[in-house]
Design a protein around this ligand. Sequence first.
Ligand code: ZN
Ligand code: ZN
Length: 336
Amino acid sequence: MRAAVVTSFDQPLEVKDVALPEPGPGQIQVRVEASGLCHTDIHAARGDWPVKPTPPFIPGHEGVGIVEKTGPGVTLHAVGDRVAIPWLGYACGTCEYCLTGWETLCESQLNTGYAIDGGHAEYLIADADYTVAVPAGIDPVEAAPLTCAGVTTYKAVKVGGVTPGDRVAIFGIGGLGHLAQQYAQIFGGETIAVDVTEEKLALAKQLGASHVVNAATTDPVEAITALGGADVAVVLAASPKVLEQAHASLRRGGRLVLVSLPKENAMALPIFQTVLKGISVLGSIVGTRADLAEVFRLHAAGRTRVFYETRPLTEINAAIEDVLASRVPARLVLIP
Ligand code: ZN
Ligand code: ZN
């Protein structure tokens, strides 16, 4: 099968033929139809994070495809089913986190496209229990970005405790932000979209944002404070400065939800304002299988729109350059 393989952290990915793996017990073999390109794939391919994957490996954790073979003991999916293979490729199923609906915090988890070969290939092998059925009627190319960008922002909005009437500021309207905004609106929030490009703010308007703020020309803290402050701020831009702005734009009792992972790994947290304004600072990491099933149900019901562009898998290195240079409108989806 053809796959995009990371052979070394300082080299581009190699698109080449590799052996087609067979499913073992509890596993399924999936023929990939679409595989979204997430920024995490780029960090994986370059070995940017403290815990590094081991080359050679195949990145990709927004894979969607058809089950071609099932290994012994698989009951959840049958040959011919369409499934999504998310970042959480395996969890122990028995620890305190797994048992209380927080499998995403399992200390024994293995991540797709990192510890386990991922979706940027013609086929992949997945632990059946950690894949999620894609309902009929959802285009697999749209299901791909929902598998990470969608579930991650859906969870962030849940973690932020958005309730009807809350003012929700979304910092960064891209592959993740345009979905975060829609989920905040589904939960009843009045959204404020913050970005530095007019194009993305126009998209936010089109998707129903109540307010847009161009942070390149306007101070977002002043603009949001003038609106009364935000009840919830969800930060998707990977910048400590943006996190600090988001904190400062909260009203009393506000919740700051951290999703992006800036390489600086630190932000200034003003203690007086946090204490006196009763602000909560929350981290949110991807979402569970149940969250992803909800994301798919909402999309099947026509409640969300996914903005994406497709590229052939063979052009993955050019696609990575485009993502790094912010030359893409929303999400890129690779087609094997
Ligand atoms: Zn991702
Ligand atoms: Zn566990």
